[in-house]
Structure formats: structure tokens, C-alpha cells
Design a protein. Structure first.
Length: 208
């Protein structure tokens, strides 16, 4: 990618890698069997020759000895076309270092898992969001957390509220943040405010 394209994406707010943090008060134990089954249920077929298969999934694992190892999923129902051919979109679940509580202004003080997508930036925005939503639902079922933080929208949500919203079809519940600001010093003599959205640009849709 050229520096001009990278700079344009940065100024627009587009995320080539979309990231969601799962925050825990205590180190989580991942139910892998449930994770693999849920991932297949919510994101569709992911079989791929040459990869380790769990419940029909193509999953790459560097080591199976512990619960915190990176898990890398290949989603064959989400293909991205490149000049060299098609490539399945992918998601990764990995351990991350804890971030200071002041970064979130919340009482939840630990962040153990990070869910990201890879090779998915070429998907249509709605398909990319649908993939991440399905993957996140699978992780929340296998390793319930205390809070979910969407980096692109700078929004911290309660997991059960998020899942309830998704069940109602509100896929933007965490991915979009509507903010309101009081505006002062305009000289109009009126109480004025400004509203904007944050998070859509990361998926390829202009924020307002």
C-alpha cells in the first residue's frame, strides 16, 4: 500500500484491521469446543484443507498447550477478491496486555483478549460488520467477559446488552457511537449543541 493511500485511510478513519477488546476482571478460561461450534454457527462454513479442523472449522493454532494461545479462523463464506485470486476473510483471537483503567474511565481493570479481523478490509461494510459480529458473539458465548470495548467507536458496552441488541438486529450497537457536545462561545446567545457519529468510517462509511 502506498504512503498516500495509507495517509488517506488514516485521515478518513478507515481500519484495515478492525479490533474489539474483551475486558475481564479475572483471567478468562476459554471453552474451545463451544467457541468452535459458535463460530461456525454465527460465521458460516470455514473448512479449509491443510488446517486443523475443529467442529468443521479451519483453525490455525501455534500451540494447543494453553487457553491463551492465538486462534486464527478462516471464514470461507466471506471471500475478498484480489488480483491474485480470492482470499477468505479471517479473524484472530489473541491475548493482550492489560491497559490502564484510565484509558477507559471504567471500573473494569483488566483486558485479556483482543478480537481482530484480517484480510477483511475489502469486504462490503455490512458484510465485514456481520462477520465481526458473528465472531464476537461466538467469543462471548465461550468466554463471557465483563465489558466489550470497540476501539473504532471508542465505545464500552455491557456484553448482555450488546447481545440483546444484536438479537434485535442492531448490529451497530457497539460499532457506532453517537456523541453530543455542548457548544459555547459562538456569540449567538443561544444554548447550542453538536452531535456526531464515530465508528462508521472504520468500516468504510463516512461518519457524520
Amino acid at each position: 500500500m502506498t504512503s498516500e493511500v495509507a495517509q488517506e485511510e488514516q485521515s478518513f478513519g478507515f481500519s484495515r484491521v478492525y479490533a474489539v477488546e474483551l475486558k475481564y476482571r479475572h483471567k478468562p478460561e476459554i471453552d474451545r469446543s463451544r467457541l468452535f461450534a459458535s463460530m461456525e454457527r454465527y460465521t458460516g462454513s470455514t473448512q479449509q484443507a491443510g488446517e486443523r479442523e475443529h467442529a468443521g472449522l479451519a483453525v490455525w493454532e501455534p500451540d494447543e498447550s494453553g487457553p491463551d494461545n492465538l486462534l486464527h479462523f478462516f471464514h470461507l463464506d466471506y471471500k475478498v477478491a484480489y488480483s491474485e485470486g480470492e482470499m477468505p476473510a479471517q479473524t484472530s483471537l489473541m491475548p493482550v496486555q492489560n491497559r490502564p483503567v484510565d484509558d477507559y474511565a471504567t471500573a473494569v481493570q483488566q483486558s485479556w483478549l483482543l478480537l481482530t479481523d484480517l484480510m477483511a478490509s475489502g469486504l462490503m461494510p455490512q458484510d465485514r460488520l456481520q462477520l465481526m459480529t458473528g465472531a464476537l458473539r461466538a467469543v462471548l458465548e465461550a468466554a463471557p467477559c465483563d465489558a466489550v470495548y470497540f476501539r473504532a467507536s471508542d465505545k464500552l458496552v455491557e456484553p448482555q446488552a450488546y447481545l440483546a441488541a444484536v438479537e434485535q438486529g442492531e448490529l451497530l450497537y457497539g460499532a457506532m457511537n453517537i456523541r453530543f457536545y455542548n457548544v459555547e462561545g459562538t456569540g449567538s446567545g443561544r444554548n447550542e449543541g453538536l452531535m456526531d457519529s464515530l465508528g462508521l468510517a472504520a468500516l468504510g462509511i463516512p461518519d457524520v
